[in-house]
Design a protein around this ligand. Structure first.
Ligand code: NAP
Length: 294
């Protein structure tokens, strides 16, 4: 890569985001700002891939010598059969959001969870030895459970509207980690949780996301009194109703902007083999908030 000339020219490398839809993405802001500031001759573009075209998209990206690919909904699992290699963490989570060129094909990584880990570390939220509640049982909730288990959380209660899904995710994660660390329960069963301890709750459902900003997965103040920390994966709005209810009961609350930021930073580091200075990450964090109007 020609480092000293950031205009698009014959040396420019291309990265992109495949998903459906991709029009709402903030990833071009993250990666094009990083490339400009790090003086890498690299551009990042959204690549809208229609259903049924994922194989062709991955093979085409390889053939076109794209440096790296991000993958977003709904293709994070669908992309896996078309990879040459998969990182063990991504394999455990069952979702890939970053493809890196390797040998004769792409290697798949999951940077969402390392991104969340870096964000929680930045925010001072401890994992080892702590007790957690995860709200939701979709792809994000499952990945959070794998991350918390791998970081030696004490106990994880996974609460979901459809309890069968919560139990299925708990079983899977317990199998992967070899510990009976996750218990799946119905969303409203939080009054069954041991009361001698306070919890960090990770809000991993889509309830409360813009434009439905007045909705929340649980309303009961008694639930929020059980928490010392509420961590919402949603990044828009900046303060979700879940965060507000947590703070009203004296807890600390965080949104998903830093997770979004760091999943991008880690992908960029994988593609370019560089280390992004923390000061630059913080500058991009401010730009993300400005772009979202939060
Ligand atoms: P998903 O697969 O669609 O999961 C949705 C979950 O939310 C399901 O467990 C569902 O329960 C529950 N749910 C939906 N509507 C509900 C309602 N009205 N009441 C109760 N529960 C409800 O979504 P996902 O891909 O896991 O993503 C979840 C969230 O994480 C999204 O908001 C996404 O934006 C966020 N996220 C953020 C980042 C970041 O970088 N910050 C990265 C990834 C994801 P049922 O099982 O009962 O249907």
């Amino acid at each position: 890569m020609k480092k000293d000339d950031c205009r698009i020219n014959g040396y420019t490398r291309t990265c992109g985001l495949i998903g459906n839809p991709v029009e709402h993405t903030l990833s071009p802001l993250i990666h094009n700002t990083l490339a400009g500031q790090m003086k890498e001759n690299l551009v990042y573009v959204p690549l809208h891939v229609q259903a049924g075209n994922v194989k062709e998209a991955v093979e085409g990206a390889w053939a076109l010598n794209l440096l790296g690919i991000n993958v977003t909904v709904p293709y994070k699992s669908e992309v896996i059969p078309y990879l040459k290699e998969i990182d063990p963490l991504a394999a455990g989570i069952g979702a890939v959001n970053t493809l890196v060129r390797s040998g004769s094909g792409f290697k798949g990584y999951n940077t969402d969870m390392p991104g969340l880990l870096r964000a929680m570390t930045y925010d001072g939220v401890r994992i080892a030895g702590e007790n957690f509640i995860i709200l939701g049982a979709g792809g994000a909730a499952r990945a959070v459970a794998v991350l918390l288990a791998s970081q030696k959380a004490a106990q994880i209660y996974l609460l979901n509207r459809t309890p069968e899904k919560a139990q299925a995710v708990a079983e899977e994660v317990n199998k992967i980690t070899g510990r009976r660390i996750v218990e799946g329960m119905m969303l409203t069963e939080y009054d069954r949780l041991p009361g001698r301890t306070k919890y960090t709750a990770i809000q991993a459902s889509s309830v409360g996301m813009f434009p439905d900003v007045d909705t929340v997965i649980l309303e009961d103040p008694a639930f929020y009194r059980m928490l010392h920390t509420g961590y919402d994966l949603i990044f828009n709005p900046g303060i979700t109703k879940f965060m507000r209810l947590t703070m009203e009961q004296g807890g600390n609350a965080f949104n998903g902007v830093r997770m979004l930021l760091y999943q991008g930073v880690i992908a960029y580091e994988l593609w370019t083999g560089t280390e992004v200075p923390e000061a630059l990450s913080l500058k991009i964090y401010e730009e993300l908030k400005e772009a979202m109007g939060i």
